[in-house]
Design a binder for this molecule. Sequence first.
Ligand code: C2O
Ligand code: CU
Ligand code: CU
Length: 514
Amino acid sequence: MSVPLGTVDAKSASELDDSQMPLPYRTPFVSAPVLQPYSTGIDPADGQPVNHYRVTEVAAMASILPRLKTPILGYNGMFPGPTINLDRGTKAVLRVRNQLPAQHALDGHRLSTSTHLHGSASLPQYDGYASDVTFPGFYKDYHFANSQPARTLWYHDHGVHYTALNAYSGLAAQYHVHDPVERALLPQGRFDVALTVSDAMFAEDGSLGYDDNDHSGLWGDVILVNGRPWPVMKVQKRVYRFRILNASISRSLRPYLSTGDPLTVVATDGGLMPTARTVANYRHAGAERYEVLIDFRKYATGKRVELRNLSNKNNVDYDHTNKIMAFDVVGDPVDTSDPTWNRIPTTLVASEAMSLTASQATKVRRFRVKRSDTTNLWSIDDATWQDVIASGYRKVIADPALGATEIWEFENGSGGWFHPMHIHLVDFQILSRNGRAAFPYEMGPKDVVYVGEGETVRLLMKFTPHRGKYMVHCHNLPHEDHDMMVQFSVGLGPDEVDVNDPMTAAPPQWDDGA
Ligand code: C2O
Ligand code: CU
Ligand code: CU
């Protein structure tokens, strides 16, 4: 049933019969379900509320195509997995049970997983450290403080060398932290809509195809939103908030509205921007989150507004990859019970990352990202995760002190590739791109930066609140797996014992099912 790797040609990534191929705007939009905690309580250590959640990683069958079923790997058997929703200051303990088969059906790799909450300043042992894997039949409890300002996060697999195929197979989900500032400014509840966008290709039998073009990237011909191909959502004549996550493992997007009306960007990876930014379109790489407002008040009942994709350099595009989803404006009575129903705010809120100034930086570090000429591996300053493994997880590319502010510069000399670079632990501010200002829509707290062809970006960040080792990598996941990932340490002396050692501080447990 599996597709041999590397057989999918460029004209049509999927091998489905025409009659089985999904078409745009035929499928109703769905939202991922919200995960309820199985228990709630108070942490006796500090009196803070704590929610206990449980997800089980399992193989399951999904209904993505009109008739055929698609085998996936999912948190609770779903793609995307269930959304976790909580308030800032409520801690979470997330038990991830690995009940996957021993091997992946497509390439036979061992299905050991590591779960990363992307967007959270987690302790290293709960950060989804790639090599800190949980084998099938085991579970791991991940502790999250949720003490950072409101934002859109996501949890996804980070298992060493197989993150791309595991995330592509379905191990990805959103996670939202709310706070009073964000609640006052932006739509909530059913007007606060998570859009997890991804691309996929399908084999003849409806299973997922996989071809990463010699580890360059995977470009599917079907665009999914919350696991449905090009869905259609009914909307009222009011303002909606969309939390757009590009969960594609390689593809970058350039979303825009078919009406020519603007999108208002209000939040980036790390939450609210200081100022809302109105854009005709914007560049959106894998793992980046942008929250946008769309105002449907002016459209007539029955109007269809499409969210389309202009694409960017070095993606592979197909007949319908220029479309993402559509909104059908309905004539229903409009819910005006919240003051955000007709408001596009302009001034939002400051954040720690956006309040930093370059003069606070005590160090500038430069990293060159490229494919190594000798090994053909993707690398960061010629270093790879293989080097980290070979060093017994000691090798680091930077060692800032706890609380230090630094400038990190990433240079992509190539014209052939873009690299969405992700730094764990921190929120950063984009100081410049090729010596000029960042794009208006990325002037908010970020944890992934699009390092485009021939681009050099300068990032400003403060290394808090934890000591320990954290990863930095490209979020084109085939690049990450082969082997564009390294680590840095915060606040650790060279021979200091690391009490938060991600490989040993919180090992997975055997799961007896109790
Ligand atoms: Cu979203 Cu280290 O990953
Ligand atoms: Cu992350
Ligand atoms: Cu890359």
